[in-house]
Design a protein around this ligand. Structure first.
Ligand code: FES
Length: 110
């Protein structure tokens, strides 16, 4: 059986839009960095402790994603370019088919 996918739109730091396929069950950070070679460092390997996978979620999706956990909130609190509503750590977003159409923008480097 083919793994469920979600079509994702990602705007990079130069304003270029990329259409990606996210595999269900995969962390968004790995889709961006490893599957599509986008400039996301993900230095901590996805454990919410480096902040380099920071993205802004399109407003329309903010309330449709699972809420931030405490460790994600704490990491975001330490970043400079945070948007109260739209900031997420992409390593804490696990893609599923309900996220088809999700759009995010890579946050500026800190
Ligand atoms: S990869 Fe380090 S916080 Fe997400």
């Amino acid at each position: 059986m083919k793994a469920a996918m979600a079509k994702l739109t990602v705007t990079d730091r130069k304003g270029v839009r990329h259409e990606l396929d996210g595999k269900a069950g995969e962390r968004l950070m790995f889709v961006l960095r490893d599957d599509y070679n986008l400039p996301v460092e993900g230095t901590c390997g996805g454990c919410a402790s480096c902040g380099t996978c920071h993205v802004f979620v399109d407003e329309a999706w903010v309330d449709r994603l699972p809420k931030r956990q405490d460790d994600e909130e704490q990491m975001l609190d330490s970043l400079r370019h945070v948007d109260e509503r739209r900031s997420r750590l992409s390593c804490q977003i696990i893609v599923d088919a309900s996220m088809d159409g999700l759009a995010v923008t890579l946050a500026p480097e800190e």
